[in-house]
Write a protein that binds this ligand. Sequence first.
Ligand code: GDP
Length: 440
Amino acid sequence: MSLPIIAIVGEPNVGKSTLLNKIAGARPAVTSPVAGTTRDRQYVDTSWNGVDFTLVDTAGLTFGKTGELEEELTKQIDVAVDQADMLLMVVDGKLPKANLDRKTLLRFRKSKKPVVLAINKADSPKVAENLLADFASLGIKPAFAVSAISGRGLGDMLDYLAKYLKENKLISIEPKPVGIGVAIVGKPNVGKSSIFNNIIKEDRVVVSSIPGTTRTAIDTQITIEGEPYTFIDTAGLKKKEHRQALPDIYSGFQTFKALRRSDISFFVIDSVEQITKQDLHIAGEIIEMAKGVIILANKFDIFDGDEDQLREYVSHHFPFLWFAPIFFVSAVTGDGLDEALAAIKPIYEARHKLIDQDKLDQLLYRKMKLNPPKRLRDQKIPKIFGLKQLDVDPPLFELLCNYPAAISKQFRDSVKKSIVKELNFYGTPINLRLTGKDKK
Ligand code: GDP
């Protein structure tokens, strides 16, 4: 997938996240794989009038404390200007426009990216009209008076954005990776660059291209046993000096973009450091995008202990990655990297395979015999009628039943587990959809 990016920028509390969620609309809330928690959505792929694009909520990318406002805004703008194709600047229509930071405004206007102004909290047509007149003096055109809560005015604004992207050919900018696309992701300092450099230092590199001028993504194409792979750069894996100067928020954005274009991720963690929220966040992103995942426990050369210990620690923290293979590697000695590379292709193939119906029938038959769904309190007796594969990449299965609500989570999970284990879908998240046959 390769989508143009619209960054939503503006001061805190003007309604950026509300706007993003309203536009993203139908998509369900992001549930973090960490039980019971949800996280703010920062990026969303969406479409309007047939034009697909990615919206980025820059507020979600910042961790700034109050008092650092100006610095945070500056960073947001830098990232947005660097990465986005368009900027959607949101202001609060309920606040006097004199409150707006003039330096910020100037930066937007000076940036070479097209800026669209969204005057938020315009809750009635009358208010909208007044706001448009009032904010016209800012000189940011076009301007739309919208309500992120009710959706008022959003249609016109989206019409404009979609039309602009289309007319300016901002569609499909990122190149498709050649062969199998691999993204090396992980929090800072786990050794991503070192791994990347180790992999490409051998004479496997075919081309390293720098597509476009505004983009910083660098794809490196390599060949392993005649098979093409594209390593998708995250946060300037190769340009180390440059990368150090970049703000943290940049790496999250890069992770998202690289993952989106990839088939498989090398999810790198540090063997000698604690697993943190940031690791979980990245793992959650991989699952949400349903990308193949290979865990690389890096710096194993300096780990004081054995593999089983570390394996246990990792599976304790990432129970939702139970299906992913883990390799104990060292970017310094190169240990384990060949094995990790060899694991990519089988996972890629698993993501693309279609299982024969009779195999699925047999699996379900065994399941129903050994481990049938239990009746839930206040629910009808669960009945299962069939299991089908609906799609590949990522694999999607459908469980036909009487009522989805009558099928316990336990049973759903165990069906998924059986599919992975018995039909060998290791390394890739699979989706299971429940379809009810009977009306409620
Ligand atoms: P990145 O931010 O994830 O790209 O991490 P880097 O590749 O820049 O590595 C961070 C630090 O860890 C550097 O000082 C590396 O030399 C060191 N490092 C990376 N991989 C290994 C490894 O396998 N073993 C050891 N001992 N150090 C490593």
